[in-house]
Each structure stands twice: as C-alpha cells, then as structure tokens.
Design a protein around this ligand. Structure first.
Ligand code: ADE
Length: 340
C-alpha cells in the first residue's frame, strides 16, 4: 500500500495531561486573553469573509512557542463553523502526503500546519497553486512515462504556524493572503489573568501573591504559566494543605530550578558561556551550541527569544553578545566597570 493510500499524516498531539491542556484552552475569542491586535484583525477577516460568502483567506501565525498559535487556529475554525485538520511540516514528507490530506478535506475546512518552516521544498512549492487556485499537481511514475495529474481541491483555508519566520521563503509568505500575524510575549497582567482563569478551571485555590510569583517566572508564556501552576498545585498538595501560597509556589519553582526571572539551567548556561568563555561576545550561535553540546535550534527557538525579551542578549552581525543586565543577573562585573 502506498503512503497516499494510508491514513493521511494528521497529527494527534500526545502529552502527559492532554485533557487538562485542552480544558485550559480558551474556547472563544472572548475567553482568549491578550494578543488584542491579532484578535481584532482576525475578527474582521472572518466577518468580512462570512459577509461575502467566501472562505477565509490563508493566514500565518509566527512567534515563540507556547504563545497560542494553535489555539488561535482552533478559534478561527470555531468562529467559521469549520472542521480543523491538524498536521505539521515534518509529517508531510511527500507531495503524495499533501494530496492525501487536501483531497480528504471537506469544503470550507481549515488545514493547520504547525512548524511550517520544516516543510520540504517540493511540498512547499506544490502548496503554492493549492493555496492560490485550489489546484495540486502530482507527478505519477518516473522517467519518460511520468505524467502530471492535476487535482482540483475543495475550498480550504490554510492556517500555518512557525517559530522561525525567517526560514520561510518570501514566495511562500506572500501566499498567506489573509496576513501574517506575529504573537508577542504577554504582559504580567495578562499572564496573571490566564493563571487565575486556569486555576478556576482546575479548581485550584491560589493566593494572589502566588499568582504574581508564577506569572513573573512564566517567561510571559501561557503554556509555561499553566505548567507551573500545575506543578505548584502538586507541590501544595504534597507539602501543604492544597492551597497554593506564595511560599509554596516559590519552593515548587526552586525545585524546578526556575529562577526569579523564569530562567532555567540552559538559559543560565548560555549567558555564562558568552560571559565567561567568550568575554561577553560577540560569539556565533554555532560556537555557543558546540560549547554547550546543545542543539542550535533549541537555543534559537527556546532560549534566545526570551533572553532577548529580557534584554539579556543581543544579536549582532558578528554574533551574540551578553548585555550589562545579563552580567548583573549573573552577579558578574562587566569589563568596562572593572577598568574604573
Ligand atoms: N490559556 C492559554 N492561553 C490562554 C489565553 N491566551 N487566554 C486564556 N487562557 C489561556
């Protein structure tokens, strides 16, 4: 049986507490806290398409992990009463996989492709006519007897997400005619609201000071805030009466090796390497990764966005540099001050 005849590579996310994660996910735009400008734009895009009786145009969400790109895709689907088919860049290996997904979709449905920067070039390019005029060319056979089959696809809206917008080619980006939306880190107040809402859904009793503590160490990222809330709840159940107090939250976070700014071991190691091994930089990302025996992608996608948001790290054309704030956080005296 060929790959295309098998089930299409639609992703089913597995996680330790998937049902809880789903329960915490906002079900409507009104429940979705933050990213106000994106919500405003999406509502107009959707309403205008509805008024014209047309499908919603393809859209791209980009920004660091955990900020709600997948959630927004679900909200768009709900708002237009459509089914959402979820897959990811690495899951679509061949054009045949894409054909199998797109021909199985019902008219008006949403195709959500996560990690879209990891699509291979052939698949990416076969998406262009699919997105523009619902046509997909597939080559059948090899060599002189090869034939091209042109498939007409049902109407669909593609919603894609990436943590690495810079890796998308500009022809691909330009096909997202509905727009490219950049999700930003949340602010302290919004993260506090999200934690309060999640605690309500989970039935966790939590003090205001504990909400403030967890929020300030959540890297301004809802997914992390919810995870830390759950770990603080566990800790409070084991070491307390089940009520999450500031003291118990701090102890739970200390056990997870998360510092007051939300930095974890890898973040500290990165800063420490730049400061101590490379005199504060500039130093190339490849050199930092090799020195820490860590994946370059992990550093670029997980640590760097937050370190830059905190103003601890700068990217220059010659490499990464640690800022005076990073020195201060690590308790190291910056070189200029040493001279005085
Ligand atoms: N849970 C995770 N992200 C959320 C958000 N943006 N608003 C409300 N609850 C959330």
């Amino acid at each position: 049986m060929s790959r295309a005849e098998k089930d299409p590579p639609i992703t089913k996310k597995r996680s330790e507490d998937k049902s809880l994660d789903l329960a915490l996910r906002p079900g409507t735009f009104n429940e979705y806290i933050g990213q106000e400008n994106i919500k405003r734009n999406l509502k107009i895009l959707i309403e205008a398409a509805k008024k014209r009786g047309e499908p919603v145009e393809h859209m791209l969400f980009h920004g660091p992990a955990g900020l709600g790109k997948t959630t927004l895709a679900h909200l768009v689907a709900k708002e237009i009463n459509a089914q959402i088919k979820i897959t990811s860049g690495p899951a679509i290996e061949k054009v045949g996989d894409l054909a199998s997904i797109l021909t199985n979709i019902s008219p008006g449905d949403i195709l959500f492709i996560d990690e879209v920067h990891r699509l291979n070039k052939l698949v990416e390019e076969s998406l262009y006519p699919a997105m523009e005029n619902r046509s997909l060319d597939i080559i059948i056979g090899k060599g002189p007897t090869a034939r091209t089959l042109q498939l007409e696809l049902p109407q669909f809206t593609m919603v894609a997400a990436t943590t690495r917008i810079a890796l998308l080619s500009s022809p691909f980006r330009s096909r997202f005619s509905g727009g490219s939306f950049r999700l930003d880190f949340y602010n302290q107040g919004d993260i506090e609201k999200i934690i309060r809402r999640s605690a309500g859904i989970l039935g966790v009793e939590i003090k205001d000071e504990a909400i403030n503590t967890i929020a300030s160490r959540s890297r301004f990222t809802p997914r992390i805030a919810n995870r830390l809330l759950k770990r603080a709840r566990d800790y409070a159940e084991v070491h307390g009466e089940g009520i999450v107090t500031e003291e118990l939250a701090k102890k739970a976070l200390a056990l997870l090796e998360i510092d007051e700014k939300g930095l974890e071991t890898l973040d500290i190691k990165i800063l420490d390497t730049i400061i101590r091994k490379f005199s504060g930089g500039p130093v190339g990302i490849g050199t930092i990764a090799a020195s820490l025996r860590e994946e370059e992608d992990t550093i670029e996608e997980v640590s760097e966005p937050y370190l830059m948001q905190l103003g601890f790290l700068d990217r220059t054309t010659r490499g990464r540099i640690a800022t005076p704030r990073a020195y201060e956080h690590l308790g190291v005296i910056p070189p200029q001050q040493k001279l005085v």
